[in-house]
Design a protein around this ligand. Structure first.
Ligand code: NCD
Length: 318
């Protein structure tokens, strides 16, 4: 089984960007360019992963990530199965490991895992034979989101190196912020974090970022403004006075966007709390790359699945 999983990446799983080499990241982005074109053809399907099985194992809600992994697998001709914890035996008390061992007994090639516990995909990766792709673990990492963000930035700006990327909002609870900080700095960008102190991790000293507790100076000259969702479901206690107050002090609107570079793009991983972290007019405006990110998500996930589970010698597109 291991042989058929021979990876064109230097690793068998995609667990995070902190441990992803720049060379592997670039291989994924370059491969995604090929698949991006496939998705724009009239017939959006290639036989690359015929006979492979991918299971999406989602223990947390998802719209974009789950759908785009499913579409990605199907465009590669893999068989794709979706497992969601609601309606499964998880409600009868089955453990995560038992659930995954049972799914693995059906001999999938890759399990795409989303879980509310930080570290769940890492824990599983040392206990299964198939490949594991982290589709978001708690507040820890969301590597394919960062890769699709990098892909979107590279297409919009022609490069990543030397750009200033401001990531603003609820950094503490954001796996998107963490994965982007590691990936974008590895690819040569300067990353800034901006957010209220209550939503900023207490120790950011080991992160390759510059931290701001006001959004205006963080926006100055930024080439990319990446807005994070206020994670209502993960907010505990009185971390925020109110959403209205947050929007007044940190929300990204036309006026604040005026501080960024003239050709700055605005990104958001979705789902957007319109009028809280991002004004609707900006989200729908000419500088918004939000739907480009979603389109990129399919191509990047096709690249990840191809690189992790194609047979040796199998071309991306024949
Ligand atoms: C993100 C997630 O789930 O981490 N969404 C996504 O995958 N597109 C961001 C979020 O939920 O805020």
């Amino acid at each position: 089984m291991t042989e058929s999983l021979a990876s064109r990446l230097s690793q068998r799983h995609l667990l995070g960007t902190e441990t992803l080499s720049a060379a592997d990241a670039l291989r994924i982005l370059d491969t995604a360019e090929v698949f991006f074109d496939v998705s724009r053809r009239p017939v959006r399907k290639v036989p690359t992963l015929r006979g492979k099985t991918i299971v999406n194992v989602f223990f947390e809600a998802s719209t974009r990530t789950r759908t785009s992994f499913e579409i990605a697998g199907k465009r590669l001709s893999a068989d794709v199965v979706n497992f969601t914890s609601s309606g499964s035996s998880v409600s009868k008390g089955e453990t995560l490991l038992d659930t995954v061992h049972n799914l693995e007994a059906m001999r999938p090639d890759v399990l795409v895992v989303r879980h509310s516990a930080s570290g769940a995909p890492h824990y599983l990766s040392s206990r299964v034979r198939c490949g594991i792709v982290n589709a978001g673990d708690g507040t820890h990492e969301h590597p394919t989101q960062a890769l699709l963000d990098a892909f979107t930035i590279r297409r919009a700006k022609g490069r990543i190196e030397g750009l200033t990327v401001t990531i603003c909002g609820d950094v503490t609870h954001s796996r998107v912020a963490r994965s982007n900080a590691w990936l974008l700095t590895a690819l040569g960008a300067r990353v800034r974090f901006a957010g209220p102190r209550t939503l900023m991790p207490s120790d950011t000293s080991s992160w390759p970022v510059e931290v701001f507790d006001r959004v205006e100076p963080a926006l100055e000259g930024a080439d990319v403004v990446m807005v994070l969702r206020i994670q209502r479901e993960r907010l505990s206690g009185a971390l925020l006075p109110s959403f209205r107050e947050y929007s007044r002090t940190f929300g990204i609107n036309e006026r604040r966007l005026g501080l960024a570079a003239k050709d700055a793009i605005v990104m958001h991983p979705g789902p957007i709390n319109r009028g809280v972290e991002l004004d609707g007019a900006v989200a729908d405006g000419p500088r918004s790359a939000v739907l480009d990110q979603v389109e990129a998500g399919v191509a990047v996930r096709m690249a990840v699945l191809y690189l992790l589970c194609a047979e040796p010698g199998q071309a991306a597109v024949s």
